[in-house]
Design a protein around this ligand. Structure first.
Ligand code: URA
Length: 420
C-alpha cells in the first residue's frame, strides 16, 4: 500500500477501505506521510466527501491513534460538550463552570481556533498563567478535586486529529462533514466521557451554512456516538450573527465572565440554557428540561457558577486577579469606534465576514502554527433587529496595527449596513 494510490483513489471519487484509512492515519501520525501528501488527501476528502462507513472508520482510527482516557474513577456520569464552532462562541467557558457548580463533573478538552471560528483553548490561554497543557493524570486529579478541568487536547490524545486539524486550518478545508464529524468524535471517544452533547451550529458564522447540512452532520455524529455505546445528542443552534457582542480572545473571556455574573446577552443565554438543560439530563440529574433551566439560572444568580470559574482558573495556574478585575487585561494600542452615518434598523450582521476581519486583526491563524494576538478583535455595540441612530457606535475595533483600522472600520460598517 502507498499514499499516492490512496490519494488518487479519493481524487477519483472512490471509496477508501478500512485498511487504507488506517494506513493513512498511522503513517501521518508517525510522520512517515508528509504534510503535503496529507494535504492532498484531505483536500480530496473535502471535495469528494466520504460515505458513512468511511467516516466511521476514519473516526475510530483517529480516536485510537493515541491514548484513550478512562474516567470511570470519577464515579459519576461524565457528559462532554463540544461545538462545531462559531464566531464569538464562548459557550464552553460559561457553561462548564455552571455544570460543575451543579455537582456534575466536567472533564473537557478544547481545541484552538479553526478558520474563522475561535477556539476555547486560545481564549483560556489569554488568561495570564492559565495552563491548558497538563498531563492526563493532573487533568483527572483536578476534576476529582474541584469537579472541573478545561484544557487543550493532552499530548497523546487523538494525535492524528491534532495534526489534521491544524493542517485543515491552513489549507482551507474546514467546512467538511466527514472531516468535522471525525475530528470531533475521535476526540470525544478518546477523552473518555460517558455521554456526549454536540452543539451543531449553522449559518454564516458556522461551518455548516444551512440548517439542512447541519442536520446531516448531526445525524452522522449521533450515529457514530451511539455506535460506540456513548449516548450522543446534537442540538442545532443559529450562528448567523456572532454570538454575544465580543469576538476575539481576551474580549470573549471578559464577556464570558460577565455572563457568569448574570449579565448575559439574550442569544448567549438561550444557547447556555438549551445546551445546559440537556447536559443535566444526560448526566442523569433531571429529566425536566424547564426545571434544569431554572437550576442554571439559580446557580448563576447565587454566584456559585462564577466562583467555580475562579476555582478553575486558579487550579489551572491562572491569575484570578484578572478575572476579579477585568480591567487588568492588556488592551491593544488602538480601540476605535465605528460610528453610524445614518439612522437604520440592523437586518443582519454576517458572522463569517466579522470572523474574517478578526482573523485579519490577528485574533486567529492564517497558517499552521501562527502566533495569535489575544488582545485584538471586534466588540459589537448593536445586534440584529436593533435601531441605530446617526452618530451612534456600531462596534469597536481592537487592534495593535494602525494600518488595519481603516479597512476594518469600513468593512464593519458595510457588514452592519448589509452592503456587499
Ligand atoms: N471542532 C473540532 O474539534 N473539529 C472540527 O473540525 C470543527 C470543530
Amino acid at each position: 500500500m502507498n499514499i499516492q494510490d490512496i490519494i488518487s483513489k479519493k481524487r477519483d471519487k472512490k471509496e477508501l477501505n478500512k485498511e487504507e484509512i488506517s494506513y493513512f492515519i498511522k503513517n501521518y501520525t508517525n510522520g512517515t506521510i508528509t504534510d503535503y501528501q496529507a494535504a492532498a488527501l484531505v483536500m480530496a476528502i473535502y471535495i469528494n466527501g466520504m460515505n458513512k462507513e468511511e467516516i466511521k472508520n476514519l473516526t475510530l482510527e483517529m480516536a485510537y491513534s493515541g491514548d484513550v482516557l478512562d474516567l470511570s474513577c470519577l464515579g459519576k456520569t461524565v457528559v462532554d460538550k463540544h461545538s462545531t464552532g462559531g464566531v464569538g462562541d464562548k459557550i464552553t467557558i460559561i457553561l462548564a463552570p455552571i455544570i460543575a457548580a451543579l455537582g456534575i463533573p466536567v472533564a473537557k478538552m478544547s481545541g484552538r481556533g479553526l478558520g474563522i471560528t475561535g477556539g476555547t483553548r486560545d481564549k483560556l490561554e489569554s488568561i495570564p498563567g492559565y495552563k491548558t497543557e497538563i498531563s492526563d493524570k493532573e487533568f483527572i486529579q483536578n476534576v476529582k478535586e474541584i469537579g472541573i478541568s478545561l484544557i487543550g487536547q493532552t499530548a497523546n490524545l487523538a494525535p492524528a486529529d491534532k495534526k489534521i486539524y491544524a493542517l485543515r486550518d491552513s489549507i482551507a478545508c474546514t467546512e467538511s462533514i466527514p472531516l468535522i464529524a471525525s475530528s470531533i468524535m475521535s476526540k470525544k471517544i478518546a477523552s473518555g466521557a460517558d455521554k456526549i452533547l454536540i452543539d451543531v451550529t449553522y449559518g454564516s458564522g458556522a461551518f455548516m451554512k444551512t440548517k439542512k447540512d447541519a442536520k446531516r452532520l448531526a445525524n452522522i455524529i449521533t450515529e457514530i456516538g451511539n455506535n460506540v455505546g456513548k449516548e450522543t445528542v446534537c442540538i442545532l443552534t443559529n450562528m448567523n450573527q456572532p454570538l454575544g457582542y465580543a469576538i476575539g480572545n481576551i474580549l470573549e473571556i471578559k464577556e464570558a465572565v460577565n455572563c457568569l455574573k448574570g449579565n448575559m446577552p439574550k442569544d448567549v443565554k438561550d444557547v447556555v440554557l438549551e445546551l445546559g438543560s440537556y447536559m443535566i439530563k444526560l448526566a442523569g440529574e433531571g429529566n425536566n428540561l424547564e426545571k434544569n433551566k431554572q437550576k442554571i439560572i439559580e446557580i448563576i444568580n447565587n454566584g456559585k457558577a462564577y466562583n467555580k470559574f475562579l476555582e478553575l482558573v486558579e487550579k489551572q495556574g491562572g491569575d484570578i486577579s484578572y478575572i476579579k478585575d477585568l480591567n487588568k487585561f492588556k488592551n491593544p494600542k488602538y480601540i476605535v469606534p465605528v460610528i453610524s452615518k445614518k439612522d437604520f434598523i440592523i437586518k443582519s450582521i454576517n458572522a463569517e465576514k466579522i470572523g474574517k476581519l478578526c482573523v485579519y486583526l490577528g485574533a486567529g491563524r492564517i497558517k499552521k502554527g501562527d502566533e495569535i494576538d489575544h488582545s485584538v478583535g471586534i466588540v459589537l455595540n448593536k445586534k440584529v433587529g436593533e435601531n441605530v441612530e446617526k452618530g451612534e457606535v456600531l462596534a469597536y475595533i481592537y487592534s495593535n496595527n494602525e494600518e488595519k483600522i481603516e479597512y476594518c472600520k469600513k468593512n464593519v460598517e458595510n457588514i452592519i449596513l448589509n452592503i456587499e
